[in-house]
Design a protein around this ligand. Structure first.
Ligand code: C2E
Ligand code: MG
Ligand code: MG
Ligand code: MG
Length: 287
């Protein structure tokens, strides 16, 4: 802003910039406290199969249960956490918590679901990540089915290293979703080269479907392209029955959005999963 306004305005903005800087430092301090006092929680947004409507997994979304401000959305603190490096321990906490919750659900008899955890590019570049993932995952039967959601930016920079890191982590049984697909700069060649399992169509493209023809054709193209590369597709931000039917008819594999379910507390999600679980008996009887 200050740049656009020219030299004379720089002074005008100075006091605000100072206030901003102070607010940032305060936020950083508060985030450290939040980590120490375990003020973060994960909510779980259901992901369902488009054709059956049965739950296949969930995306774990972090919230900050702030002692004064109440539930704070990630949009208000992730960026600052990335800038000051706190995203690394916060992201590690999220991974640990998702695995813990997933194991607890399985011990309670829930059929296994894949839990997707968002991993920031900053966190993905940390050399210690594969080791963290390895030690987090319990061996054997109870092994949590994890999926990491990364963005196109991870594939773009230092791609040699990103690729080998992805493969190393993948060897622990972890799947990858490419989040917010279409908003970055990735190309077909990236999707072919990196071991991605699922493409998540960003909700900005789903929002005006099916009425907006250019968005509708874009969504159709992404689905067909992903399928031709043997990738599955999840649509984000499904809010209406029209969107759901449109996406399902195009062959989109999985759906996520307020129409299906909002991000839920662990207790609420467990109830949702019970009500929308695949009929294991039916599957056994089929064929
Ligand atoms: P995302 O990974 O793209 O997550 C989807 C966001 O869209 C979530 O916002 C979710 O609540 C919202 N959403 C889902 N369905 C709908 C819908 O039908 N309509 C609308 N309008 N919104 C919908 P949320 O929870 O505020 O998270 C925002 C972003 O924060 C996430 O975007 C992700 O990039 C980041 N984030 C969340 N948790 C974590 C985390 O544990 N670690 C990191 N690094 N980032 C996280
Ligand atoms: Mg995500
Ligand atoms: Mg997303
Ligand atoms: Mg998104």
């Amino acid at each position: 802003k200050a740049k656009q306004a020219g030299k004379n305005r720089a002074q005008f903005y100075a006091p605000h910039m100072q206030a901003d800087a102070l607010a940032r430092i305060q936020l950083e301090t508060d985030l450290r406290t939040a980590l120490e006092q375990e003020q973060f929680v994960l909510h779980y947004q259901p992901i369902v199969a488009a054709t059956s409507g049965r739950v296949v997994g969930a995306e774990a979304l972090i919230r900050w249960n702030h002692p004064r401000r109440g539930m704070v959305a990630p949009g208000e603190f992730i960026e600052v956490a990335e800038d000051c490096g706190l995203i690394v321990p916060i992201g590690e906490w999220a991974l640990r918590e998702a695995v813990r919750q997933s194991c607890a659900w399985r011990e309670a008899g829930q059929s296994p679901l894949r839990i997707a955890v968002n991993v920031s590019g900053v966190q993905f570049r940390e050399p210690g990540l594969p080791e963290i993932v390895r030690t987090l995952l319990p061996e054997g039967e109870g092994r949590a089915q994890l999926m990491l959601e990364i963005t196109e930016s991870v594939l773009m920079d230092g791609s040699e290293e990103a690729e080998s890191r992805m493969r190393e982590i993948r060897d622990y049984g972890i799947a990858y979703a490419l989040d917010d697909f279409g908003t970055g700069f990735s190309s077909l060649s990236y999707l072919k080269r990196f071991p991605v399992d699922v493409v998540k169509i960003d909700r900005s493209f789903v929002r005006d479907c099916p009425d907006d023809h250019s968005d509708a054709s874009l969504v159709e193209a992404i689905i067909n392209m992903a399928h031709s590369l043997d990738l599955s597709v999840t649509a984000e931000g499904v809010e209406s029955v029209e969107q759901r039917d449109f996406l399902r008819d195009l062959g989109c594999d999985f759906l996520q959005g307020y129409l299906i379910g909002k991000p839920l507390s662990p207790l609420e999600f467990a109830a949702f999963a019970r009500a929308n679980a695949p009929f294991v008996q039916d599957a056994a009887f089929a064929g």
